[in-house]
Ligand binder design. Structure first.
Ligand code: SF4
Length: 426
């Protein structure tokens, strides 16, 4: 690690932060990043010289020292807020994390913080442009090769290039990911995406993240090509990743051979599985049918992979009128059977954790809430063990914030950890 003082800022090259994400109330820092600190801001860059985080350092012009802007690989700037309440009612008890991602696009958030109309937050973008201009004009003779190389890398990643890179990522995998599994919060949504199937089984009416495609798996050739292109795309910065998302909306339905092939090839190509780091994580979505149709062979194999695997399944409701209302073509018996099966798998396999989603919405009936609370209260599991449940506000539900007391009521009764699902894209 090398530090240099230049003009009125300090540049630190490739600082090693903790490899694993530590859940803490201070700004998230992980992996290896270069840092530029000015008197007003801290800018972090990944190993490709792409801007990653911006944080204000002066409380006169920045809302909170633990808050920051994060740029995703999809080139969205997300504002990480600490929220407006602490303790039991704070963000951590509701999301399981110490920050609330405020998104620059429509989603199902129960909170309505519009940080993008906050002039202080907007000033951070202006400061980033200013820094870029200053770096451009910096005389580089006399600087070490490492510092010069870093400045060149940053200058090679202006706004247009970062936009083009996001377009490239989406073209490699065949489109934008409209929703990431809620469990990816454990790695701050930092996953390498690999598509093994498109479309989904149900095309539910309530869902605003679905694609119009019929369910279809990708070929092995397509998957291997994606892996090759992703390896080039992530370049050196791949060393900052230790998690894979197998997409899209129901990778579990792609079955054992394709899932295991994709996971095994990816671990090799992306260099996951550093013995000094925690086990890499594998994330995928499943559905009621794909879960019920998956045999023990699949779970045995997944359990033996070097990954700790999270499978997130949309159950939505065990109330028949609610399932009909949201146009989910399932009956409550099947949903209950899937819930039972996920509990059994969580109890049987040390390296697999299946989580479930249920809906929250003003327009959903009391029967939905009562049946859901009873299901979670009577679940035959050790209290707060493996397998969280996520409650997802309906996208078009009015007054989403007023759903929070309903969520807390269910959370209080649930034997499984319960959190709010905030839908995020990549
Ligand atoms: S909820 Fe899942 S199964 Fe239903 S339309 Fe959306 S992606 Fe498809």
């Amino acid at each position: 690690m090398e530090s240099v003082y230049l003009n009125n800022y300090t540049i630190t090259i490739e600082k090693q932060f903790p490899r694993e994400i530590i859940k803490a109330s201070f700004p998230l820092r992980y992996g290896k990043c270069s840092v530029i600190k000015t008197p007003e801001y801290e800018f972090l860059f990944n190993l490709n010289g792409e801007i990653k985080f911006i944080r204000g350092l002066n409380l006169k012009s920045w809302p909170h020292l633990a808050e920051q802007l994060k740029r995703t690989d999809g080139n969205d700037w997300v504002y990480y807020s600490v929220g407006d309440e602490s303790g039991e009612k704070g963000i951590v008890s509701r999301l399981g994390e110490y920050y609330l991602p405020c998104l620059p696009y429509p989603s199902n958030s129960a909170w309505e913080f519009n940080y993008f109309s906050n002039p202080n937050v907007m000033s951070a973008f202006a400061a980033w442009s200013q820094l870029y201009g200053n770096l451009y004009g910096t005389r580089r003779d006399g600087l070490s090769a490492k510092v010069r190389d870093f400045i060149n890398l940053v200058l090679n990643n202006d706004e247009n290039i970062l936009h083009e890179k996001a377009v490239k990522l989406h073209s490699i995998i065949g489109g934008r990911i409209t929703v990431l599994p809620p469990d990816t919060r454990h790695v701050d949504y930092e996953i390498v995406p690999l598509m093994i199937a498109d479309g989904c089984l149900y095309h539910c009416k309530f869902c605003f993240v679905k694609s119009a495609q019929q369910y279809q798996t990708r070929s092995k050739t397509d998957i291997l090509e994606q892996i090759g292109q992703l390896k080039v795309f992530y370049g050196r910065n791949i060393e900052n990743y230790n998690a894979l998302f197998l997409g899209n909306h129901d990778a579990l339905a792609a079955r054992e051979e394709l899932i295991c092939l994709a996971a095994s090839e990816a671990i090799e190509a992306f260099g996951f599985g550093d013995p000094q780091a925690k086990a890499p994580r594998l994330f995928l979505f499943g559905s009621v049918d794909s879960l019920l149709n998956s045999g023990n062979d699949l779970f045995e194999k997944l359990n033996q992979l070097p990954f700790y695997t999270y499978i997130n399944v949309g159950l939505e409701s065990i109330d028949a009128p609610t399932l009909a209302f949201i146009h989910k073509p399932l009956d409550p018996g099947k949903v209950r059977a899937a819930f039972q099966k996920l509990l059994e798998i969580n109890a049987s396999y040390a390296n697999i954790e299946i989580t479930a989603n249920f809906l929250l919405g003003e327009e959903l009936s009391p029967d939905h809430y009562q049946s859901l609370a009873a299901l979670l209260r009577d679940a035959p599991v050790p209290s707060h063990g493996k397998g969280a449940v996520y409650l997802s506000p309906l996208m078009d539900s009015p007054k989403k914030r007023e759903l929070l007391p309903k969520f807390l009521e269910i959370k209080k009764q649930s034997r499984l950890p319960a959190y709010i699902y905030l839908i995020q894209r990549l």
